[in-house]
Each structure stands twice: as C-alpha cells, then as structure tokens.
Design a protein around this ligand. Structure first.
Ligand SMILES: *Cc1c(COP(=O)(O)O)cnc(C)c1O
Length: 397
C-alpha cells in the first residue's frame, strides 16, 4: 500500500515546503563562481562582477605567493593528510601552523580544527557538562548556538553586546558553573563585542569566557591580533579563530592554555573523529598568517574603504549598522526587499548577498556588504553609485 511516507509522498511534501519558502522570499541557492579573474573581480553565474560577498578581508585568498606555497607543499605532501590527527594524519606542517597561531595570539598552545563550525562544536562539548550554564550573546553565530545545544547544558541568551545584561544573567544563575560565549566581531552586523567589559563580568562571577573571533582575527588590532588584542590571555581562556576568512585559506583553531588544548585532544569529538586538513593547506595558511601579521597596509587600506563607504552611504540616507569593520550591513527589513536589491545590484555587476531570516532576526533582512583590501577606491565608488540608484528601495523601511 502506498502510504503517506512513500518516497513519492515524501518528495511531494518536500516540494510543497520548498514552494512555501520560495513564496516567502526565503529560498536559497548557491551561485556558481568561475576562475580566471583577479580579485575582487569574479565570474558569478556567468556574469563578470565585483565581489562584495567574500570574507577575504585582506585580499589573501588569491594571493599568488600563498598559492605558490600551496602548490609546492602539495608537491611534497600530496593532496590529503590521509587520516585523523591521532591516527597518523598530524604532520610537521600542522604542528608548525599550530606553533605560529599560538605565538600570534599570545597563547601557550593552539589546536588546528578542520573548520570553525567544528572548532566550536569541539570546544564547547569538550569543556561544558550537562549541569553547567552557557550564556550566549543573542546574535552569536549559528555554530555557537548549535555547539551549546549539543552540550546538553542549560543555554540562555543575553541582550546583544550588553555586559550589564550578562551580569544579571550570571547573578540569577546561582551556583552553576558558567560559560560565556560571544563572537568577537559579529558576523552579520559587523560590530565588535565589548570583550574587555565582558571579560571583567566573567572574572567577577568565575565564568569561563569563550570568544570566537572568526571575523576579527587578521582584520582589527595591532598585527591583526583581533578583537581580544591587548586583553590578558587569562581573561579570554578560550579563543577560537578561523583561517578561511581574513587569512584566505581553510580551517580553524582553538588557542589557550596547555591543559585546555590537551583536554581538547582527549575530548573534542569534532577533532578526534575527522580527517586532518591537507598538510599543504596548513603550509599555505602559515604563509598567510605571516603576510597578514606584517602587511599593515592591507588593514590601512581596508580602514580607508570602511570610512569612505560609511560616510557616503550615510549621506545617501542608507540604513547602516553601527560597524567599524569590513562587514557593512545595509538593513532593508523584509526578505523580499533584500533579495530584490541584491538582484538589482547583481544586474549592475556587483555581487552583494541578501541575508535573510533565520540567519538574522525577522524584519532585519539586509544586504551584507563586505569590504576588502583587494577593492580599489573605484570599486567602492561603483557600489555606492549603484546603491544610490536603488533609491526608495534602500532608504529606510
Ligand atoms: C564563519 C564563522 C564560523 C565558521 O567557520 P568556518 O571555518 O567557516 O566553519 C564560526 N564562527 C563565526 C563567528 C563565523 O563567522
């Protein structure tokens, strides 16, 4: 008998759900990018355009020096690591990258993960038990929310970027052991967490602070040390960074004390039960870290673009968010408005993604403009021209 869960009925139910999503302006699909253009130019879905979507803030993802290191290391090491870290996949290249990352972040140790998503899952599940409390900023990245759920601990959110709200949560917590988790730079809003204030609230309440600086590392602070630069490492005992954004490569890490990293090695299942990243990628990322640390002109150029974009966008009456980082959201409100604006920009040769719920809260759909040191002044100017041409679509709503 063909029941309601026959393969055909299942596909029909999926199709109906997809159709509802499409009607709500929430349907997602990846655009296809082709090679052969110098950053920030891209061939996207067959159209040549200037990219404002990448997290490649320093313009390192297509740096020929790093690509050379990758190619040479691939010649020596081959394409894959062949195994998990504990099963023979941990090479001299992984070890060297971990040492470089520890030194850069001023921590005794760093442990390399395959992705930031996995680093967050691994760190939280290894450290937090069911009887503990996790407090998360309301706008934290999805991987931090998923990681907290996986621990089985009690999870509460506190008001975005608000140390006083965090303090009230901790006071209400009573005796439980607490962990406080925040993005360093918020991925869809671009603002920087008040890490110094959050760290002192954590110190008052003996809470362990975990900062995920996926968008700050390489981009802000002296030598690109990120949102925690200048804060004593003991105040931020668990620091997560990613290597696929400003560093233009792939992978992630958790940095902290010797016992912290040893604990992750014993307990972080997303590190233990997965293939180590390709050694050639580790070699390339190490080169990227050295470039990111030393080439200050990239951060200076980025900062010029940010200032220029914000001043001009404000004078056009665009609804910007309070961000001083390369992530510059233009808030439009409805998902449909964001998609329409993104498509109009795409027609004009500018690739600026629309970000919709559930990635951002309902009613705050936006264009997420991402600036890079790879942009020329003229690229930013062209984007501003196109945004002003969208007229009423982007002027508040
Ligand atoms: C992108 C991002 C991640 C995930 O990192 P991947 O290496 O892309 O998996 C984690 N946390 C934050 C805050 C991010 O923005």
């Amino acid at each position: 008998m063909a029941g309601t869960d026959s393969p055909r009925a299942r596909d029909e139910a999926l199709s109906r759900a997809l159709e509802r999503r499409r009607k709500a302006g929430l349907y997602r699909r990846p655009r296809v990018v082709d090679a052969g253009f110098e950053a920030p130019w891209q061939m996207v879905d067959g159209r040549r355009c200037i990219g404002f979507s990448s997290n490649d803030y320093l313009g390192l993802a297509r740096d020929p020096r790093i690509a050379d290191v990758l190619a040479q290391a691939a010649g020596r090491w081959g394409t894959g690591s062949g195994a998990a870290h504990l099963a023979g996949g941990h090479t001299r290249e992984h070890e060297a990258l971990e040492e470089t990352l520890a030194e850069w972040t001023g921590r005794p140790r760093a442990l390399l993960f395959s992705t930031g998503y996995m680093a967050n899952l691994g760190a939280l599940t290894a450290l937090v038990g069911r009887t503990d409390l996790i407090l998360e900023d309301r706008l934290n990245h999805a991987s931090l929310i998923d990681a907290a759920r996986l621990t089985g601990a009690t999870v509460r959110r506190y008001a975005h970027g608000d140390p006083a709200a965090l303090r009230r949560r901790l006071e209400a917590a009573g005796q439980s052991r607490s962990f406080v988790v925040t993005d360093g730079v918020f991925s869809m809003d671009g603002d920087v967490a008040p890490v110094t204030e959050i760290a002192s609230v954590c110190a008052e309440h003996d809470a362990c602070l975990i900062v995920d600086d996926a968008h700050g590392l390489g981009v802000i602070g002296p030598d690109g040390q990120g949102a925690t630069a200048g804060i004593a490492p003991a105040q931020v005992p668990v620091l997560v960074g990613t290597l696929g954004k400003a560093l233009g490569g792939f992978g992630a890490f958790v940095a902290g004390s010797e016992p912290l990293v040893e604990t992750l090695i014993q307990r972080a299942r997303s590190w233990i039960y997965t293939t180590a990243p390709p050694p050639a990628v580790a070699a390339a990322v190490r080169e990227a870290v050295n470039i990111a640390r030393t080439e200050d002109w990239r951060r200076e150029r980025l900062s010029d673009h940010i200032g220029h974009f914000r001043r001009s966008a404000a004078s056009l009456g665009l609804n910007l968010a309070p961000s001083d980082t390369p992530i510059q959201p233009v808030i439009l409100g409805s998902a449909r408005a964001a998609v329409t604006a993104s498509e109009a920009l795409f027609e004009a040769g500018l690739w600026v993604p629309a970000i919709r719920p559930p990635t951002v809260p309902e009613g705050s759909a936006r264009l997420r403009v991402s600036l890079s040191a790879a942009h020329a002044d003229a690229d930013v100017e062209r984007l501003l021209d196109a945004l002003s041409g969208l007229g009423p679509m982007t002027a508040g709503s």
